[in-house]
Design a protein around this ligand. Structure first.
Ligand code: GAL
Length: 371
């Protein structure tokens, strides 16, 4: 894929400026080496500014994992690079202003996780018009230079299959999907439907949660309880852990015992969800090893900023592919149940056993063999 590299453009700009200065001063002595300073193209230490824009902070992953993992990897790869960070708090207009600020502040690369994938085209164009390449991070945006994410349709399939299995392929459920503005949400939903629709499980009601919030999820489930009998809720498809938490609050609020909840799905391997899984209050979550995603994004961003070629295989060993015509890196999601907590999130250092097994969960951890 051919893409115009900002560092090389900076070199060209500095050569042109250097020539103008030379003419003005009328002296060869004024000629500076174009490979020095701002336009330098000399490798690992090259200074560059990389803007990271994340969509919200209600889901724990962004501030707890994506941001620090990305910043640490950029620092490791390029000691002179600076990361400017923005969180849009689920506000599209705010994110658009943040992209404009990133451009004004001299970003060499924009790494953008859009609040609204379909509505972010103008932000991409604004950056590219300023010769700044854009990486769509986790959520797809048309026309970007690179994209990286997990296989989102598979996420939905894995959730749907886990729920069908936990319910013995029978019974009725509520379905809590993600925000319609998030392109991933549509993929999770399609993947889940591809399993649920052909199964023996019946969907009573379905809800597209506008901001993924646990509060909306709790209210939706609570509202359904006045329409259906609690006993009719035999499972809950929750597209993410935040909503799973909202569903648990609604169900226990309506009289379900915490240790006798119907199977509930999730995603993101949030700490609270892992603890609920240990305690038998949530059937599963999807663990996305965010380290691979954040580090690949950092690697590609640094290469673009320094004018280097992005290789066919990332440093994390993932092959480049194409998604909707965009050069992409797509990672595999992992189902987590009590059986593999130790082999997944603990083995990866995502959480320690101590973080999971607080006093409240010590007995459950003991029973599940997690220590
Ligand atoms: C998605 C993201 C998920 C999750 C969700 C909200 O875009 O892929 O991992 O963060 O937003 O939970």
């Amino acid at each position: 894929m051919s893409i115009s590299h900002p560092r090389k453009r900076a070199v060209r700009r500095s050569v042109a400026l250097g020539f103008a200065a030379l003419v003005a001063l009328g002296s060869l002595a004024a000629c500076s080496d174009p490979n020095e300073g701002e336009g330098g193209d000399s490798g690992g230490g090259d200074s560059a500014t990389i803007a990271l824009l994340l969509p919200e902070s209600k889901t724990t992953r962004y501030e707890t994992f994506d941001r620090p993992l990305f910043e640490d990897k950029v620092a490791e790869l390029c000691s002179e690079c600076e990361v400017t960070y923005f969180n849009a708090d689920q506000d599209e207009a705010k994110q658009s202003e943040q992209v404009d600020s990133a451009i004004t502040q001299g970003a060499d690369v924009v790494v953008l996780d859009p609040v609204n994938g379909a509505g972010a085209g103008g932000m991409v164009t604004a950056a590219q018009d300023a010769d700044i390449p854009v990486i769509a991070y986790d959520r797809f945006i048309e026309g970007v230079d690179y994209y990286m994410s997990f296989d989102n349709e598979t996420v939905g399939q894995l959730q749907g299959q886990a729920l069908v299995d936990a319910m013995g392929d029978k019974g009725s459920i509520l379905m809590l999907n993600g925000a319609p503005s998030d392109p991933n949400a549509a993929q999770f939903k399609a993947g889940a439907h591809s399993v649920l629709d052909g199964s023996g499980v019946k969907i009573l009601e379905e809800y597209d949660n506008p901001d993924w919030s646990p509060e909306n999820a709790q209210k939706f489930v609570t509202d359904q309880m006045s329409k259906y009998k609690p006993a009719d809720i035999q499972g809950v498809y929750a597209a993410n852990d935040g909503q799973a938490g909202g569903a648990v609050a609604a169900l226990t609020g309506a009289g379900f015992q915490a240790d006798a909840l119907p199977p509930i799905t999730g995603q993101d391997a949030e700490l609270a969800a892992i603890q609920r899984i240990v305690a038998g209050q949530q059937a599963m979550t999807i663990y996305k090893p965010i380290k691979i995603e954040a580090e690949t994004a950092a690697e590609v961003a640094v290469k673009l900023a320094q004018g280097d070629e992005v290789g066919d295989t990332s440093d994390t060993g993932v092959d480049q592919t194409e998604y909707e015509g965009v050069a992409s890196f797509i990672f595999d999601p992992i189902v987590v149940t009590t059986d593999n907590i130790a082999d997944t999130v603990i083995a990866d250092g995502f959480y320690s056993a101590d973080e999971i097994c607080t006093d409240e969960y010590a007995d459950a951890c003991g029973a599940a063999g997690i220590s």
